[in-house]
Design a protein around this ligand. Structure first.
Ligand code: NDP
Length: 250
C-alpha cells in the first residue's frame, strides 16, 4: 500500500501574510493538499477575499491581523482554533523591506522591519505553542532569507530580522522538540513576487547572473518545501535552515 506521507489532509495551518506573493502560493498549495488554512493579511482585503472565493470558505479563512502586534497574534490563533479545533502547522511568512544605507536608515525603518519580520515570529510562536504542546505535535516554519545568512548592503534591518529568525528557530527546536514540535527555517533566494518586481531590469539581470540555476524562483518553489516541512514526511527534520535559492548560497 502506498502511504501519502506528504499529504496535508486533516491538518490545520495558520499562515501569516497569505494575501499576496509567497504566502498566497502557500495557502493555495496547502489547500490543494487537503489542509484547512487560516491566513492573515494586513491591508489587502480584496486580494485575500479573492483567495477565499477561489478555494472555498469551508476550507480557508482570511483574517485581517497585524502579525507585529501580540494582541492580534493571540486573536488570530484563537479564531483558528475556534474554527478548526487545532493548529498543526504555523507558517510565519509575513515580511516587509524598508531598505536604506545605514547612514540614512531611520529608526522607524529599523523598528518597522524588526517588528514585522522578527517580533511577529515571537508573537505567533508564543500564541500557538500552548495549543501545539497540548497536541504534543506541530510544525513551525519560519520564512527567512539568504540575506539573513550573507547580509546585504542597504538591508541591515532586513538581514538582522532574518538572521534573528534563524537563532530563534534553532532555540525553539531545542526547547520543544521533546514535545513533538518541530521548527525550521526556509531561506528563499530571489523569488518572483511584488517584492522583487520592484527591481529594475539591470539589477535583476545582475542578480540572475550570480545564480547557478540562472533564474529567479517561483512562489510554487517555496510553497512546495513548506508543504514538505508541514507534512509527516519531514517528521525527523527540525532546527534546520533550508535554502531554496537556485544555488545562490554555494
Ligand atoms: P509580499 O510583499 O509579496 O507579501 C507580503 C505579505 O505579508 C502580504 O500578504 C502582506 O499583507 C503581509 N504582511 C506584511 N506585513 C504584515 C503584517 N504586519 N501583518 C500581517 N501580514 C503582513 O512579500 P513576499 O511574498 O515576497 O515575501 C514573503 C516572505 O518571504 C517575507 O517574509 C519575505 O521577507 C520572504 N522572502 C521573500 C523573497 C522574495 O524574493 N520575494 C526572498 C526571501 C525572503 P498585505 O497584502 O495586506 O500587505
Amino acid at each position: 500500500m502506498i502511504t501519502m506521507i506528504n499529504s496535508l489532509e486533516g491538518k490545520v495551518a495558520v499562515v501569516t501574510g497569505g494575501s499576496r506573493g509567497i504566502g498566497a502560493g502557500i495557502v493555495q498549495r496547502f489547500a490543494q493538499l487537503g489542509a484547512k488554512v487560516v491566513f492573515s493579511y494586513r491591508s489587502s482585503e480584496a486580494e485575500a477575499q479573492r483567495i477565499v472565493d477561489a478555494i472555498g470558505s469551508d476550507q480557508v479563512i482570511a483574517i485581517r491581523s497585524d502579525a507585529s502586534q501580540m494582541d492580534d497574534a493571540q486573536e488570530l490563533v484563537k479564531r483558528a482554533v475556534e474554527a478548526y479545533g487545532s493548529i498543526d502547522i504555523l507558517i510565519n511568512n509575513a515580511g516587509i523591506t524598508k531598505d536604506n544605507l545605514m547612514l540614512r536608515m531611520t529608526e522607524d525603518q529599523w523598528d518597522d522591519v524588526i517588528n514585522t519580520n522578527l517580533k511577529s515570529v515571537f508573537n505567533m510562536t508564543k500564541s500557538v505553542l500552548r495549543t501545539m504542546l497540548k497536541q504534543r505535535s506541530g510544525s513551525i516554519i519560519n520564512m527567512g532569507s539568504v540575506v539573513g545568512v550573507f547580509g546585504n548592503a542597504g538591508q541591515a534591518n532586513y538581514a538582522a530580522s532574518k538572521a534573528g529568525i534563524i537563532g530563534f528557530s534553532k532555540s525553539i527546536a531545542k526547547e520543544v522538540g521533546s514535545r513533538g514540535i518541530r521548527c525550521n527555517v526556509v531561506t528563499p533566494g530571489f523569488i518572483r513576487t511584488e517584492m522583487t518586481d520592484a527591481l529594475d531590469e539591470k539589477t535583476r539581470d545582475a542578480y540572475v547572473s550570480n545564480i547557478p540555476l540562472k533564474d529567479f524562483g517561483s512562489v510554487e518553489d517555496i510553497a512546495e518545501i513548506c508543504a514538505f516541512l508541514g507534512a509527516d514526511g519531514s517528521r525527523y527534520i527540525t532546527g534546520q535552515v533550508i535554502s531554496v535559492c537556485g544555488g545562490l548560497n554555494i
